[in-house]
Design a protein around this ligand. Structure first.
Ligand code: M6R
Length: 607
């Protein structure tokens, strides 16, 4: 899940490549590099750590070339140091790579046996070695790349430059996305439209197995059989507008505070503002012919899917299977043809989710996806796309995309329930009106930010934190724990409240904060009993519930965060806000890098 950029330009390109890499930093930020061709010679600058370190190098040393490639890395093979940073050079070849070359060990052993010297611990260097060796044998750059493509296995998006070839840039894709951008007398290559947005809106996406040979005036696409093909030129809607934090300290908190607005944009896509009726554009399904929905996703998107399962099963009386995408396709589950496969992804590029989609496609299932990036691979490969309108999400910790995913799943469940005759018009009306109250209720919760920050301060000394919930609050407990651990590095676990007594209760002591998500719904009394089990063992309870329940428990709990009284249907969306703010403020007070936490990347394009 690295970011790659390539430019054949008219003026020196290193600065432009750096700017494009900044827009790709969400893909990885443990090292970066740029290479350009100066008088036919390859020169590069690389730096360990975040992109600002590369910027310092670029200020000190000029790279004057008008052809170049750049990379921002999320390490898979080899520690994140300068040597392992891309671009990798071998003879006349420079390579940037996103993905994993799965057979790199055997290739490396083979080349080492032939006397080749490897400089790095990366899988990527084998790509450069194969091409360089083929060129040494007299092959042209195109022939050498073709030979390399026949030898490597795995997932890759590649950008390749050659010394002495000022007007040549080759790209290749197998898995991770890659796009070609068209400029005036210039040509661009990039991991996504966002990277290229300030340069051009005209793009062609490589299909899996494609490779592309670019000059400043021409582009030739080849498919996996090396037959020349055409790929359509599309106009991207990605805006070149600079994405900044505004008055906020971090993107994450900005995105948390954007939720009233983006949830209403998202719902407006599914609830007609004129008549207030639900309509799911582009979803042409026979709901009564469906017997099962199979949901797959990763991380926070998986947790959204889990809430969706509760809603779809209750409101539409349809069976729902749900898996983390990395397990789904290896489970070898039966694939009944009367099932809909539903994939959820903010980025639309997550490798595991995409692999699950292709697995279902291979079994002939109908495919729907809930995605935030409209032009992403998952969106493009789905039969039906249900967009979230969260806008660009920069913080690695997903917040606004999550609540928007829940908004879409809620609409989907209502529509399915109506079509399947489970919900009558009056109930549909009640549920839709409940969804429309979300922006106002979310505002109310955000007004408690300062109070939640005070509570968060008390969590910073904890080594372990437990989150409990039942029904649709169980996924919110999982989400609270995931959010907290990814940005504060405190170990946290989300548990179904009823499971407490089957193991985790052994962890409870006076040191252990337990965050209980227990809105005032049909399951409240049950969760209350579990909360009392914690209280009896001295656990430090933070209760997330409605005002009435907070008042009743004032003496039992250490602290309370109120959510507004609303239709219980929307409680999981409301309860998501306090757990996001708790994680955010805890991390800020611990001084971690909130928007770019260690070891993570926003878009995970490796399996
Ligand atoms: O782009 P996706 O929604 O497919 O990403 C899935 C996960 O990688 C993502 O939700 C991850 O868990 C977040 N960092 C959680 O905050």
């Amino acid at each position: 899940m690295c970011g790659i950029v390539g430019i054949l330009g008219q003026t020196p390109v290193a600065g432009t490549i750096y700017e494009a890499l900044k827009r790709l930093e969400y893909r990885g930020y443990d090292s970066s590099g740029v290479a350009t061709l100066e008088d036919g010679r390859l020169t590069r600058l690389r730096a360990r750590g975040k992109l600002v370190n590369l910027e310092k190098c670029l200020r000190e040393t000029t790279l004057a070339g008008t052809s170049g490639i750049g990379h921002t890395r999320w390490a898979t093979h080899g520690v994140p140091n300068e040597t392992n940073a891309h671009p990798h050079f071998c003879g006349p070849v420079a390579v940037v790579h996103n993905g994993i070359i799965e057979n790199f060990r055997e290739l490396r052993e083979e080349f080492e046996a032939q006397g080749c010297h490897f400089e790095t611990d990366t899988d990527t260097e084998t790509v450069a070695q194969i091409i360089a060796l083929a060129m040494k044998d007299g092959k042209t750059p195109l022939e050498a790349v073709r030979e390399m493509l026949g030898r490597v296995r795995g997932a890759f998006a590649l950008g390749i430059l050659f010394s002495g070839e000022e007007d040549l840039l080759i790209g290749a894709r197998n898995g991770p996305p890659l796009a070609v951008g068209y400029g005036k007398g210039e040509m661009y290559l990039g991991s996504d439209a966002i990277a290229l947005a300030p340069l051009t809106n005209s793009l062609s996406y490589l299909e899996d197995g494609d490779w592309v040979v670019m000059s400043r005036e021409s582009v030739r696409f080849f498919d996996e059989n090396h037959d020349e093909v055409t790929r359509p030129v599309t106009q991207t809607s990605q805006s070149a507008i600079h994405i900044d934090k505004g008055n906020y300290r971090h993107f994450m908190v900005k995105e948390i505070f954007e939720q009233p607005e983006v949830i209403s944009h998202t719902l407006a896509n599914y609830i007609n503002p004129l008549d207030g009726k639900i309509s799911i554009p582009d979803l042409d399904l026979d709901w009564n012919g469906l017997n099962r929905i199979t949901i797959s996703a990763c991380g926070t998107a998986y947790i959204a899917g889990l809430v969706g399962k509760y809603w779809l099963e209750e409101l539409a009386q349809i069976n729902v299977d749900i898996d983390v995408a990395s397990e789904f396709r290896y489970r070898k589950a039966p694939m009944p043809q009367d099932a809909l496969a539903l994939f959820i992804s903010q980025s639309g590029e997550t490798a595991d989710t995409l692999a699950g989609l292709r697995h279902c496609r291979g079994h002939g299932l109908k495919i729907a996806s809930i995605v935030n990036v409209a032009e992403s691979t998952i969106a493009r490969e789905s039969d039906f796309t249900l967009p979230t309108r969260a806008g660009v999400e920069v913080g690695v910790a997903s917040t606004k995309a999550f609540t928007c995913q829940l908004g879409v799943l809620a609409c989907l469940a209502i529509e399915a329930g109506r079509e399947r005759g489970v919900l009558d018009e009056a109930r549909v009306e009640t549920l839709l009106r409940a969804l429309e109250t979300l922006p106002g209720h979310i505002h109310e919760i955000l007004r408690q930010d300062a109070q939640i920050e005070e509570i968060a301060k008390s969590l910073t000394k904890s080594r372990n934190i437990l989150y409990l919930g039942r029904g649709t609050s169980f996924p919110i407990a999982l989400e609270g724990a995931l959010k907290l651990k990814e940005i504060s590095y405190i170990h946290a676990e989300g548990y179904a409240a009823g499971e407490l007594k089957h193991g985790p209760i052994a962890l409870i002591d006076e040191e252990m904060p337990v965050i209980v998500v227990a809105p005032d719904d049909a399951l409240y009394e049950k969760t209350l009993s579990n909360m009392q089990e914690v209280a009896a063992r001295g656990g430090k309870i933070i209760l997330i519930s409605n005002a009435r329940r907070c008042d009743q428990n004032a003496n039992n709990v250490w602290s309370c965060i109120e959510i507004p009284d609303a239709d219980t249907f929307i409680n999981p969306i409301l309860a998501a806000l306090p757990v996001q703010l708790l994680a955010y403020h805890t991390a800020v007070h611990m001084g971690t890098d909130v928007d770019q936490p260690r070891n993570l990347a926003k878009s995970v394009t490796v399996e």
